[in-house]
Design a protein around this ligand. Structure first.
Ligand code: DQA
Length: 181
């Protein structure tokens, strides 16, 4: 007997056909660090604290994980490596979190590379450069960043991931309702 209309083909003739859709890829946040930041933990702890670079990246990764985001990270003492990493992120990464170290204050090649990146860029500094020597008061990265977080030590990494999550639409419903970001 033919199955009754509307009952489908499950039952005596086997299983219901399922169309499996592959899981959407998780957005990737590229976390970049510039010169001398590999020495965090040893370098001027009175200014930068005692946490290591690995500690900060682990914090960023944990905050990203809570938002369903993946983190890739790179530290380099060479400007060109950072420019190459920014180029390689184009069309592939959802956002960039960058602490450019001293390059912040003069590396126009970073400015231009970040300007050619399509997603949001968040600049992070452990210290507050505006409260330090005058040469640190200029950031050539700030004009191409969605925003800058500075002076909060390692908390800045969590805040930056939070900002990125909201900027790329990973905010919870409640946050969307109550936030203007
Ligand atoms: C820094 C601030 C820069 O002025 C300095 O050159 C650094 C670290 C920060 O995280 O506070 O290397 O980016």
């Amino acid at each position: 007997r033919a199955p009754a209309a509307g009952r489908g083909r499950a039952g005596s003739h086997g299983s219901i056909e399922r169309v499996s859709t592959p899981a959407a890829p998780r957005p990737v946040v590229l976390v970049l660090h510039g010169p001398n930041l590999n020495l965090l933990g040893e370098r001027e702890p009175e200014v930068y604290g005692t946490a290591t670079l690995e500690d900060h990246v682990a914090c960023a990764r944990a905050a990203a994980e809570a938002r369903g985001l993946d983190v890739e990270d790179l530290q380099s003492n060479h400007e060109g490596d950072l420019v190459d990493a920014i180029h390689a992120a184009r069309g592939r990464c959802a956002a960039i979190l960058i602490n450019p170290g001293a390059l912040t204050h003069y590396a126009w090649s970073l400015h231009d590379a970040l300007a050619a990146f399509d997603g949001p860029v968040v600049e992070v500094h452990l210290s507050n450069p505006n409260a330090r020597e005058p040469w640190r008061h200029t950031s050539v990265v700030a004009p191409v960043a969605a925003g800058s977080i500075m002076g909060f030590g390692g908390i800045g990494y969590e805040l930056a991931i939070e900002a990125i999550a909201r900027l790329i639409g990973r905010a919870s419903c409640r946050e969307r309702v109550y936030s203007n970001v």
